[in-house]
Design a protein around this ligand. Sequence first.
Ligand SMILES: NC(=O)C1=CN([C@@H]2O[C@H](COP(=O)(O)OP(=O)(O)OC[C@H]3O[C@@H](n4cnc5c(N)ncnc54)[C@H](O)[C@@H]3O)[C@@H](O)[C@H]2O)C=CC1
Ligand SMILES: CC(=O)C(=O)O
Length: 318
Amino acid sequence: MARSGKVTVVGAGFYGSTTALRLAEYDILDEVVLTDVVEGKAEGLALDMNQSRPIEGFETRVTGATTGTDGSGYEVIAGSDVVVITAGLPRKPGMSRMDLIETNAKIVRGVAENVARHAPEAVVVVVSNPLDEMTALAQLATGFPKNRVLGQAGMLDTARFTNNVAEELGVPVGSVKTLTLGSHGDTMVPVPSRCTVDGKPLTDVLSQERIDHLVERTRNGGAEVVALLKTGSAYYAPSAAAARMARAIVEDAGVVMPVCAWVDGEHGISGVYLGVEAELGRQGVTRVVESELSEAELAALEEAAEAVRAKQADVKDL
Ligand SMILES: NC(=O)C1=CN([C@@H]2O[C@H](COP(=O)(O)OP(=O)(O)OC[C@H]3O[C@@H](n4cnc5c(N)ncnc54)[C@H](O)[C@@H]3O)[C@@H](O)[C@H]2O)C=CC1
Ligand SMILES: CC(=O)C(=O)O
């Protein structure tokens, strides 16, 4: 089987390590690189993942490396097609994603500058929180074209909406289609008008009260997991989302996914990183797709854009 492509995952915590393993298990890449500032952490996890290859039957090799905030060790990411940035603190119960902004901005800025130096042709997928702001910051710090920097949130939030609907109705997740746009925060926009169950509109199978409940549960999906875990945030569904995005980019797949992308006039909104549907290919976002939305959903998307625009303007000073 022909394998090609190299994806780096920066940050070997829960999110980063599960993303690296998922990418390696696809068995389509030459190499997955996993890095972390903690001495030996990425190397140890990479060794462990490589030892799982004979059991799981994949050949993609994982390389672990320790990197310094001074840029040491970053040579290992040279030639990466995609760099996924997961470095940064996760929230604790009671914290909002926005509470992480100052600490994570310093980390993401440093990482992004080193990515620009050592992998200048890469597409960057940001996952560190607060997501919409860290994506904007990574674009500023890399100086990459806006289509080559995007964030992961919509895939995860959409998956949570789908799972919530499937569990409510006791049906397979495969029979449910949903969509979530907007910010990865308080102004998240689950889109009930785009939800179907076995092709039927959601309003045909659920009352408005139950739909409202599932929308609210989706908005709080991250906090629900944090409250149960108590020591960190979700990573199985988030890593599945980031790995699928990286794969779509490496494979130049042209698939449409909900992601945090630079919006330039679509939906009448401009000049902001926002959760929208976008087509992904080798150059990152090849096209932002204007989803069909109800009037109320479009108004909510505009509200989300205004909420994140102000915060994104501030990140340059962090
Ligand atoms: N966008 C999304 O949908 C989601 C975002 N997240 C965010 O992802 C981030 C990571 O989450 P977890 O992996 O669970 O946290 P974690 O604490 O398990 O891992 C973070 C890792 O980053 C490393 N790190 C810190 N500074 C670094 C630097 N300068 N260079 C390289 N590595 C560095 C740490 O040593 C640690 O291993 C958090 O900010 C979290 O909020 C988590 C879930 C979903
Ligand atoms: C941590 C986070 O952003 C989430 O689970 O949605």
